[in-house]
Ligand binder design. Structure first.
Ligand code: C2E
Ligand code: MG
Ligand code: MG
Length: 603
């Protein structure tokens, strides 16, 4: 058998040009494996294809005379483009078994396979051709040069296309680095190895990269990324797997001693030379040790991202190592958010109303709308827990809109019940307030419900009111022009600038609960509450105290000149039906349910 073996190297002149030249020349050839137990077939095949060029490249041949030999070659040689495979060798189904081995065991999906058989009747089933991705099936009588050439050319073309798609699917074009998919696969491979416990994965995120892109253009942004890649490559060489897993995020995998966060972040201390610029950027790192993760490469990347998010939250330019507790916290939040979505869809959210009273006359002047989420088991989830989530996910836009509309309907209902002067206050979160369509949504809620805007109030927190003065002033003026009043919630907890506050068209200041709770017999005076009340008087604003729980507090506030109050002393937040009973109980039977103001004010 051996003397019949054809080998490309033996015939090729490049062999004399030195090993490197040969390697380069061979890399540029299509590698073709002939598997057949008949030496003549090898010889005929090589003879037919030896001098041809396919898509500009010559062929390099490998010969196997049994399925076993083929397996050995495939295990050691890479980048084989086409296999010409005999169906019947030592066994009738040796060829098909080999195909199965190639696709399933070796996981070689790119290589194109052309089956050949001498005996008619051994043609594979259609399903086999499909399942094992077999390119072609030929009888050995079709070994003529043109037919073989045509079949191999088609197979090489197929191989090239698959490789090109692989490149796209697994490599980043800008940096030529493995992309996220490939990085995950490489982590999976590493996890399959026994000694993966010492391995660390880092995700490196360039801080404020979008600003660089925005200020200097995408081209300059790309060059900066390339400069970062170059520095990382120069420092780590082959010791670390480097990948680009997002537009401005890189993945690194290596042993714990090499991936040292201090060292990595230190690489960003020197500026990057980008064309004529010298740019300084910082990076933030999330790290995870493979031994801390149960699951797949995908989970590893997810956990490293969790650590990265924590690091970003703490401080840009810092790093955080993933811990299991961190993951639980974040996964719980994700779970809670999912439940919130379902709750919103299944109408398990409702609005409760808490009365607000005039501290001097004792009359109810309004109610605050407070969102409630009731679980299936009847327990409640606190707004302080789920509202930040709704804000972070953007869900607050839809929910907030719904609270607003429910509150408008409540005003109308209250008027119909004979309480024509009660206003309803609605909390508006910062995310809602800053939404470009906020004012449009607000005016369509007014128009759709027909509420008199005089009885609607929006509460924004002090911290929201104090940022971006121009935007706030403009938006608040627009709200006022609609006839809606404005309250500043949790007053005393933010950092108010008096000159800014003076400019804002605000009707009411709400003293934060914390300053009301300190009004007790031990701490006399209640300095902050007194100050806010004084401030309100000077600015001609009404002051309302929230969280009044006892008569003592109510008395002090009244004496200080606070106008209104809200708290458990008067009533807890309650559903719309209970509010009706509460109002009727306090205010006595209603003589007439005819509203004093027209219901359809806006129409
Ligand atoms: P907030 O706007 O400052 O609402 C007042 C909070 O104080 C409410 O808590 C209310 O139940 C509670 N409270 C009232 N009186 C007393 C009292 O006497 N003692 C004590 N200990 N607490 C009292 P809640 O309902 O848990 O709401 C918490 C926060 O969630 C609200 O604070 C508000 O910032 C936010 N929130 C509630 N509903 C909405 C909503 O529909 N949209 C938005 N964006 N935020 C909302
Ligand atoms: Mg409020
Ligand atoms: Mg408040």
């Amino acid at each position: 058998m051996d003397e019949l073996k054809f080998s490309a190297e033996a015939d090729e002149p490049q062999a004399t040009e030195g090993d490197d030249a040969l390697r380069v020349a061979n890399l540029q050839r299509w590698r073709l494996l002939i598997v057949d137990d008949e030496p003549d077939v090898h010889r005929a095949t090589v003879f037919a294809l030896n001098d041809v060029k396919i898509l500009g490249r010559a062929l390099e041949f490998f010969d196997a005379y049994s399925a076993k030999e083929a397996q050995d070659i495939l295990r050691t040689e890479s980048d084989i483009a086409v296999i010409l495979l005999d169906v019947v060798m030592e066994r009738e189904d040796a060829g098909l078994r080999l195909v199965k081995f190639i696709r399933q065991d070796l996981g070689l999906l790119d290589v194109r396979i052309i089956l050949r058989t001498g005996q008619p009747g051994y043609a594979p089933e259609i399903a086999t051709i499909h399942d094992y991705d077999i390119n072609d099936y030929k009888s050995k009588s079709e070994l003529t040069r043109p037919k073989l050439y045509a079949a191999v050319t088609a197979a090489v073309r197929g191989y090239e296309q698959i490789r090109a798609l692989d490149e796209l699917a697994f490599y980043d074009r800008l940096s030529n680095l493995p992309n996220r998919n490939r990085f995950i696969k490489l982590i999976d491979d590493r996890m399959a190895q026994a000694a993966s416990y010492d391995c660390v994965i880092a995700i490196l995120d360039i801080d404020d990269f979008s600003e660089v892109n925005g200020a200097l253009g995408h081209k300059q942004g790309d060059r900066l990324l390339q400069a970062v890649v170059q520095r990382l490559k120069d420092c780590f060489g082959d010791d670390v797997v480097l990948a680009r897993i997002g537009s401005d995020t890189f993945g690194l995998m290596g042993n714990a001693a090499t991936i040292d966060p201090g060292f990595l972040l230190g690489l960003f201390r020197q500026p990057f030379a980008v064309l004529n610029d010298s740019m300084i950027v910082s990076a933030t790192l999330g790290l995870v040790c493979l031994s801390d993760v149960k699951g797949t490469g995908q989970d590893v990347v997810k956990d490293a991202n969790i650590a990265l998010k924590c690091a970003k939250k703490n401080r840009r330019g810092s790093f955080v190592h993933y811990s299991v507790e961190m993951g639980i916290d974040i996964r719980e939040r994700a779970h809670l958010l999912q439940n919130l979505r379902t709750a919103a869809e299944n109408e398990r959210l409702f609005v409760a109303y808490q009365p607000q009273v005039n501290l001097h006359s004792g009359r109810t002047v309004g109610v605050e709308a407070l969102l409630r989420w009731r679980n299936d088991d009847g327990s409640f989830i606190a707004p302080d827990r789920f509202i930040p989530l709704a804000e972070a996910s953007g869900l607050i836009i839809a929910i907030g809109d719904w609270v607003l509309r429910s509150s408008c309907h409540e005003v109308i209902r209250l008027q119909a019940m004979g309480f024509p002067q009660l206003r309803v206050s609605v909390n508006v979160s910062q995310v809602q307030f800053r939404h470009p369509e906020f004012l449009v949504r607000l005016s369509s809620a007014l128009a759709d419900t027909g509420v008199n805007p005089k009885y609607l109030e929006l509460e924004i927190t002090e911290s929201v009111a104090m940022e971006d003065p121009e935007f706030i002033l403009e938006t608040l003026c627009a709200i006022k022009r609609m006839g809606i009043s404005i309250a500043i919630d949790d007053f005393g907890t933010g950092y108010s600038s008096l000159s800014h506050l003076r400019q804002l068209p605000v009707d009411r200041l709400k003293i934060d609960r914390a300053f009301v709770s300190e009004l007790n017999s031990e701490i006399a005076g209640g300095p902050i509450a007194a100050m806010v009340i004084e401030l309100g008087r000077n600015l001609n604003m009404t002051v309302i105290a929230e969280g009044i729980e006892n008569e003592f507090q109510a008395g002090i506030l009244r004496d200080m000149g606070c106008h209104e109050g809200q708290g458990y002393l008067y009533a807890r937040p309650m559903a719309s039906e209970q509010l009706r009973d509460w109002l009727l109980g306090i205010h006595g039977p209603v003589v007439s349910v005819t509203p004093a103001v027209p219901l359809l004010w806006a129409k």
